[in-house]
Design a protein around this ligand. Structure first.
Ligand SMILES: *[C@@H]1O[C@H](CO)[C@@H](O)[C@H](O)[C@H]1NC(C)=O
Ligand SMILES: *[C@@H]1O[C@H](CO)[C@@H](O)[C@H](O)[C@H]1NC(C)=O
Ligand SMILES: *[C@@H]1O[C@H](CO)[C@@H](O)[C@H](O)[C@H]1NC(C)=O
Ligand SMILES: *[C@@H]1O[C@H](CO)[C@@H](O)[C@H](O)[C@H]1NC(C)=O
Ligand SMILES: *[C@@H]1O[C@H](CO)[C@@H](O)[C@H](O)[C@H]1NC(C)=O
Ligand SMILES: *[C@@H]1O[C@H](CO)[C@@H](O)[C@H](O)[C@H]1NC(C)=O
Length: 449
């Protein structure tokens, strides 16, 4: 008993430690997106540079110019959680309107005379945006929904801050897409009420906190770390770089580019060889990186850059990876989660064609069904390198909870449960009242030892 209790306590500590670790990394470099639109015009905002994180000072300065001195009515749609990835994951494939969870938001952005989109606003604590607006408008927020708003009379000769809280999926009741869709309906209703009231307004849609933080934590130590490592430690190999007319246009770095052509899983690590880049190509909407190895293997990555209407920005997708060997070709298409904002790089700790497949084989050629890819610590960028010889901020493919974290979490919970069960059993122990009952059956005390 004491040993199991002790180990439970150890895992409880591990469990707490894990959470502290998660939350401390979260606050280090997290961001939320912010969308802002107005029924009047907004001052222009210099479009954020590639992979740029907007600081709170920049937002403060912008809001100061946007709100000027006169009275303003501001609608703040504050969702419990929001990250830029929500727009691509739930925004409909390639901006397909019917499929989007943000139809009203999209319509509002399109129909308003001006809008501002900040994909990555520095996030430090949940109350920052609200506090900032409160300070700029010099009023207290009024919590409303579409219903109460329709009964509210808005005095336009003073500033108003109307707060609409929106939930984020908790994973228990509705699907994330459904929750975001319902939120979007709410936004639509509120905007209709404002239109009916004929009150000019500025609306802001943002998150109380990020919904995904893994890319931020990887950002803080990935690209910077890699270039630092390059400077300090010559053993880290440089990235593969394809230049078009002297300017870098595709970059790839990988710890291992393992391929296997047989069922025996003999891995060949192509990252150990230096390829020729002949046949590579890039323009503003399409990039193809062809790596031809002296061992006879040809590995090619094709990427494209498209406009997703809801986030009104370009995103790049890793569309397919092809492997050619001995005159045969196997193609693998990237599942939809291989994407990144076009100015960013894409990073993935593990890209495989078999285990939690990010790459799915497409051609039905019987001769290549056993071909497999296993890339470790892959980082690729096909657009927006401009003048840089460094990867931009990395968008990470990993979910917030990786398999490792899940395993640790579940084990800890199980141990905690066992511990609680043990405690419960101990609490249930009573002195036997039958000692006091002479009429009851006699007690037999088993002779154990
Ligand atoms: C509207 O607000 C202004 C400024 O605070 C105030 O002078 C005016 O009385 C208000 N009007 C109504 C109808 O409340
Ligand atoms: C590509 O351009 C970068 C920066 O201009 C340079 O450092 C690099 O050596 C070039 N690579 C090739 C293969 O020309
Ligand atoms: C990839 O290949 C290298 C060299 O063959 C090997 O050392 C490494 O363990 C392989 N990695 C994986 C994940 O298969
Ligand atoms: C980029 O190249 C692709 C493939 O060659 C072509 O279809 C596309 O039109 C090109 N785009 C631009 C903007 O040049
Ligand atoms: C597969 O391999 C066999 C024998 O090597 C060959 O005869 C056949 O044409 C190949 N099939 C394809 C689709 O390449
Ligand atoms: C690239 O270089 C040009 C001039 O050499 C400069 O004007 C431009 O701002 C640079 N772009 C980036 C993204 O650094």
């Amino acid at each position: 008993m004491s040993r199991s209790r002790c180990s439970s306590r150890v895992s409880l500590m591990a469990f707490i430690g894990l959470f502290i670790a998660l939350f401390s990394t979260e606050s280090s470099a997290a961001q939320v997106p912010l969308l802002m639109w107005s029924s009047d015009s907004l001052p222009p905002l210099a479009s954020p540079a590639a992979g740029h994180i907007t600081s709170n000072e920049q937002l403060t300065a912008y809001l100061t110019s946007a709100f000027g001195s006169g009275p303003n009515t501001v609608l703040l749609f504050l969702q419990d959680k929001l990250s830029k990835e929500d727009f691509t994951v739930f925004g409909g494939v390639f901006g397909n309107k019917q499929d989007s969870a943000f139809q009203n938001l999209e319509a509002a952005l399109q129909s308003s005379p001006s809008s501002v989109k900040l994909p990555a606003l520095e996030w430090s604590d949940s109350s920052a945006t609200l506090a900032l607006l409160q300070e700029k408008l010099d009023v207290s927020p009024v919590l409303v929904d579409a219903d109460t708003l329709s009964h509210l009379s808005i005095n336009t000769s003073a500033s108003n801050l109307l707060l609409i809280n929106l939930p984020y999926c908790t994973g228990f009741d509705k699907s994330c897409k459904q929750v975001l869709h319902d939120n979007d309906e709410n936004i639509g209703k509120v905007l209709t009420v404002m239109k009916d009231k004929n009150v000019p307004y500025t609306a802001i849609y943002t998150g109380l906190q990020p919904s995904r933080v893994i890319s931020e934590t990887s950002m803080s130590n990935q690209p910077a770390g890699r270039s630092l490592l390059q400077a300090v430690e010559p053993s880290v190999k440089p990235p593969i770089m394809y230049n078009l007319s002297g300017n870098p246009c595709i970059m790839l770095w990988a710890q291992n580019l393992n391929i296997s052509l047989t069922s025996t899983s003999e891995w060949i690590d192509l990252a150990a060889e230096t390829p020729s880049l002949a046949g590579s190509f890039c323009n503003s909407s399409y990039s193809l990186l062809v790596l031809t190895y002296t061992s006879g293997h040809i590995l090619s990555f094709s990427m494209s850059r498209r406009l997703y209407s809801v986030s009104a920005r370009y995103w790049f997708t890793l569309d397919s990876v092809q492997l050619q060997s001995n005159g045969r070709t196997a193609s693998f298409i990237g599942k939809r989660n291989i994407y990144a904002p076009a100015e960013y790089s894409f990073h993935c700790q593990s890209v495989t064609s078999f285990r939690d497949a990010l790459l799915v084989p497409t051609n039905a050629d019987q001769n290549t069904t056993q071909w497999r890819l296993n890339f470790i610590d892959l980082q690729i960028q096909g657009f927006g390198l401009a003048n840089g010889t460094d990867f931009s901020y990395a968008s990470d493919c990993a979910g917030f909870f990786t398999a490792g974290i899940w395993m640790g979490l579940l084990t800890s919970l199980l141990m905690l449960y066992i511990f609680m069960y043990g405690m419960h059993m101990i609490m249930q122990l009573n002195t036997m009242d039958r000692f006091d009952d002479p009429k009851g059956p006699s007690i037999s005390v088993p002779q154990t030892e």
